[in-house]
Ligand binder design. Structure first.
Ligand SMILES: Nc1nc2c(ncn2[C@@H]2O[C@H](COP(=O)(O)OP(=O)(O)OP(=O)(O)O)[C@@H](O)[C@H]2O)c(=O)[nH]1
Length: 298
């Protein structure tokens, strides 16, 4: 691969009906499936991954979107805050076919206050006269957003998709890809569970284990008439020293990772979970097709 690659977690926020899902579909493709029948979780779920030649964007769901009257609710603020904290870039989607209201303004201020790089997307421009778009734009600028942060788009028709992607590339930090390019535009349970485990590793081992640690869920089996999920997962690191850190003294670290991950998976699926974790060393695994295949990345 030529030059440095970029990697960014991106959260998409906005009022209901702003066009967030349409935007995700536009960027990541129609294949993104959202596991809608699962109970709410406060955890950030990944909606999809867009892999380009030189950048990888991981889009995060905004959990627990409440009706506008609850916009100032504490829970709401917490969930958005958490999502934004977990991301490198925030996309704030506004339905520009309707006038900005207090909720839009509050949410915008909230996004700005989080201090992360953000873009304001004036969506649905296909429905609006250019005069109205200019008005919205002026209003957003008056709220303290610099003009280069505002992009007019139509998520439905794909207008300015490339422009948006270019802007994202500009803002995104440098980083190596976390996922094999051909993996997932699909959200699967395996992937979701792997992300929970990976998150625990990163949190518990701090900087000692690089973000390049990979987790692959080998198997999920329903047992006891579906009341128990048996999950076998493999943690892949690139060096034996990293394996030692993850396992910890007398296996304490791995136990901790397993317990925290299990509790979160249990609360998400509302089922008892047995989590079987393995740690493997695979040098430069991301560059080796045979290892990728072994890990299930086709
Ligand atoms: N004309 C037009 N319609 C759009 C555009 N983007 C989204 N829509 C429509 O707006 C409606 C809401 O879009 P969604 O993508 O479901 O909005 P959302 O923000 O995900 O909504 P919630 O799931 O309620 O939070 C749908 O009917 C879309 O087809 C656009 O650019 N132009």
């Amino acid at each position: 691969m030529m030059g440095k690659t970029k990697l960014a977690y991106i959260s998409i926020v906005g009022k209901p009906n702003a066009g967030k899902s349409t935007l995700i579909n536009l960027l990541v493709g129609e294949k993104v499936s959202i596991v809608a029948d699962k109970p709410q979780t406060t955890r950030q779920r990944i909606l999809g991954v867009l892999t380009l030649e030189d950048a990888q964007f991981i889009f995060l769901d905004t959990p627990g979107w409440f009706p506008p009257k609850h916009l100032l609710g504490e829970y709401m603020q917490k969930t958005i805050k958490k999502t934004i904290e977990d991301s490198d870039i925030v996309l704030y989607v506004i339905d520009s076919s309707v006038e900005l209201d207090d909720d839009n303004r509050t949410l915008l201020k909230f996004v700005k206050d989080q201090g992360k790089p953000y873009l304001v997307l004036l969506n649905k421009i296909d429905m609006v006269s250019s005069k109205s778009i200019e008005e919205r734009k002026k209003e957003v600028i008056a709220l303290g957003v610099s003009e280069e942060k505002i992009i007019e788009i139509s998520a439905l028709y794909g207008t300015n998709k490339e422009l948006l992607i270019e802007k994202l590339k500009e803002i995104a930090p440098e980083g190596e890809f976390l996922y094999p390019p051909d993996m997932l535009t699909d959200q699967t349970d395996k992937f979701f569970i792997a992300e929970i485990i990976r998150e625990k590793i990163i949190h518990l081992t701090y900087q000692e284990v690089p973000h390049s640690v990979a987790v692959y869920v080998d198997d999920i089996e329903e047992k006891k008439d579906g009341n128990l999920l048996y999950i076998r997962a493999t943690i892949i690191v690139e060096r034996p020293t990293q394996k030692a850190i993850i396992i910890g003294k007398d296996g304490q670290m791995l136990k901790k990772i397993g317990t925290l991950a299990r509790m979160e998976i249990e609360s998400y699926y509302q089922k008892q979970v047995y989590l079987d974790l393995w740690v493997k060393v695979r040098e430069k695994w991301r560059k080796k097709p045979e290892i990728l295949r072994e890990l299930g990345y086709e």
